[in-house]
Design a protein around this ligand. Structure first.
Ligand code: FAD
Length: 230
């Protein structure tokens, strides 16, 4: 379960009993917790979107060391992209080592360039996505309509279309599986036209409790203030 930093009410989810009763209120996943728990609930907070580059102005700040996987970049783990991108990046390192095993400067520069070209767009995509999602959470919490930017509006249209339109569904899963960036999917022939019918269409809420029902399950009676920032 993921919430907005500053949403004090959901901090009660760290207690196993509360977490369990909230999980049971989501019909599509309630059965996941029928098994024996292997641990207590483990909360995770202070998640950073962070990227490191060891090449500045085309020159490595060090040779013999390169960042890979989470050491290169980390984002919101709910995206489930870390393994795919990390393994992809390992192949870039393999290739750079194959080309420049005897030249440590070229190795670092080549690898950083390939990372920048192929992987940084995924980091940026997730960064944008996290900000859009935080804005969406904030609008819901404050009881006001979401005012998405054009890119987010197009993505919401894509998500709305997934249930009806096989091309939209394929596109969404290509994005989700790190096979194609949103611009590539939206640039497919006819995709923007297909999605235009879904622009601005309110999305059906996923099955689960309303905010007030959630607060009741959390043992909280009123709306909690949401701190600024995300
Ligand atoms: C809650 C959560 C859920 C996630 N779910 C998914 C998912 O569903 N799909 C997905 O693709 N990704 C997911 N991720 C992201 C994914 O786990 C990471 O992107 C991936 O593990 C990064 O691999 P890594 O090898 O770079 O780092 P890590 O897996 O963190 O490996 C680094 C290793 O180095 C060790 N280490 C650290 N310091 C030292 C030291 N000084 N000496 C020796 N060893 C050291 C650590 O103990 C660790 O074993 C999730 C992450 C989290 C936190």
């Amino acid at each position: 379960m993921i919430g907005l930093a500053g949403d004090q009410a959901i901090k009660a989810l760290r207690h196993a009993q509360v977490w369990e009763s909230v999980t049971r209120s989501f019909p599509t996943v309630a059965h996941w917790i029928d098994g024996e728990p292997i641990s207590d609930v483990m909360p995770m907070a202070g998640i950073l979107d962070r990227r490191r580059c060891f090449v500045i102005d085309d020159a490595p700040i060090a040779t013999g060391v390169v960042p890979l996987g989470d050491a290169w970049a980390c984002t919101n783990p709910s995206a489930a992209r870390g393994f795919s991108l990390g393994i992809w990046q390992a192949t870039l390192l393999r290739d750079a080592v194959g080309r420049h095993a005897d030249d440590p400067v070229s190795l670092v520069v080549d690898y950083a360039g390939a990372t920048e070209r192929l992987l940084t767009p995924w980091f940026q995509d997730q960064n944008d996505r996290d900000r859009q999602r935080a804005a969406q959470f904030r609008a819901l919490l404050e009881g006001r309509p979401l005012e998405p930017n054009p890119a987010h509006a197009m993505e919401l249209a894509l998500i709305s279309a997934v249930r009806d339109d096989p091309e939209a569904a394929r596109g969404w899963f290509d994005i989700f599986g790190c096979l194609a960036l949103p611009n590539e999917v939206l640039g497919r022939p006819g995709m923007r036209d297909r999605l235009s019918a879904y622009m601005g269409r309110p999305m059906a809420p996923p099955p689960g409790p309303t905010r007030d029902e959630l607060l009741a399950l959390l043992g909280t009676t009123g709306r909690m203030p949401v701190a600024a920032g995300h």
